[in-house]
Design a protein around this ligand. Structure first.
Ligand SMILES: NC(=O)c1ccc[n+]([C@@H]2O[C@H](COP(=O)([O-])OP(=O)(O)OC[C@H]3O[C@@H](n4cnc5c(N)ncnc54)[C@H](O)[C@@H]3O)[C@@H](O)[C@H]2O)c1
Ligand SMILES: O=P(O)(O)OC[C@H](O)CO
Length: 312
């Protein structure tokens, strides 16, 4: 099966680099005028078996990894879905679409009804994957046979994929951890300390589980790589853009525009979903308010701590 990657950002390029060790890979991006090294992934030399292109019709393999940001995916599919239909389409985006409040797999299914839809998610920084460091991810697809075939196709010596049929659990775990990582960063940035961060991670994980299971996810998926695994990575590493965005909020500093911070828009989507699903998500709703500037950092702690005491 041939492979292509749509989206020449850090993650799409990193995946293309490692998969190109197994065979030819085409990488589509809007602007691939750079040659040899993608500025979004500095220091990584592209192998000869990786072919960048800005022509979409030139990048339509049997298996297509969609590595665009979540808020961009819907528009891209509306424009190009027909060209992509009928293939194995694997979402690598970690977010919830603000317009539809859907995860990437539902967007893909809507635009490409004859595709086999899967998600690839889990704890992984693009720079680590591109350097060939050992990484374990979840490949989720409702069709168990397709999941097994894609797992074999996309695993490499250092990139170890575990398969799952719980697409909702895998993709919502990956999206929601970004929101909680912002909260963890804000707690550290504001000087609340490591104990407070551990509370945010733990109570945030409870929120992730509540929301994802209300949407039909299996609870055990949330304890796997795509949920807890990625939450731990993203809430504890300054390599994470979501964590660094939270740090800036906590410090009261501006954060560079143009950096992909999936958790900011996803927090707003979560805040809209919570009342629809009847779930209580105080940390995520706080992040939505902070990210939009509706809540000031100095009030954030009071909002969380002044809620009624409850059973764990
Ligand atoms: N970077 C990581 O370490 C990492 C790891 C795992 C998953 N992800 C996920 O992968 C997704 C992409 O993140 P990234 O890190 O590659 O982002 P990035 O900021 O490095 O790159 C985003 C890319 O999207 C392109 N883009 C933006 N709008 C577009 C449009 N309308 N049409 C076509 N292309 C457009 C940009 O040109 C850029 O190449 C996110 O959902 C992220 O959560 C990233
Ligand atoms: O840099 P972030 O915060 O988008 O995180 C990247 C990956 O999702 C970590 O698994």
């Amino acid at each position: 099966m041939s492979v292509s990657v749509i989206g020449a950002g850090a993650f799409g390029t990193a995946l293309a680099v490692v998969l190109a060790a197994k065979g030819p890979v085409t990488l589509w991006g809007r602007d691939v005028a750079w040659r040899g090294e993608n500025p979004r992934l500095p220091g990584v030399v592209l192998p000869n078996t990786l072919r960048p292109t800005d022509r979409l019709d030139d990048a339509l393999a049997e298996t297509v990894l969609l590595a665009l940001p979540a808020q961009v995916l819907g528009g891209f599919l509306a424009q190009h879905g027909a060209m992509l239909d009928g293939r194995n389409l694997i979402s690598c985006a970690k977010g919830i679409d603000l317009q539809t409040l859907q995860g990437p797999s539902a967007l893909i299914r809507g635009a490409c009804p004859d595709a086999t839809v899967a998600v690839l998610t889990g704890p992984s920084f693009a720079a680590d994957i591109a350097r060939g460091l050992p990484t374990a991810l979840t490949l989720a697809c409702e069709d168990a046979d397709a999941a097994e075939a894609l797992q074999a196709q996309l695993s490499t010596g250092a990139l170890r994929l575990y398969r799952s049929t719980d697409v909702t659990g895998a993709e919502f775990g990956g999206a929601l951890k970004n929101v909680i990582a912002i909260a963890a960063g804000a707690a550290i940035g504001a000087g609340y300390g490591d104990s407070a961060r551990a509370s945010v991670i733990t109570r945030g994980f409870a929120e992730m589980t509540r929301l994802a299971t209300a949407l039909g996810a299996r609870p055990e998926t949330l304890t796997g790589l795509s949920g807890l695994g990625d939450l731990v990575l993203t809430s504890t590493s300054e390599q994470s853009r979501n964590f660094r965005f939270g740090l800036a909020l906590g410090h009261g500093r501006d954060f560079g525009a143009g950096t992909t911070v999936e958790g900011a828009a996803t927090a707003r989507a979560v805040a809209a979903l919570a009342p629809q699903l009847g779930v209580d998500l105080p940390i995520s709703q706080l992040v939505a308010g902070l990210a939009q500037g509706h809540i000031a950092m100095e009030h954030a702690l009071d909002i969380l701590l002044n809620r009624p005491l409850k059973e764990e």
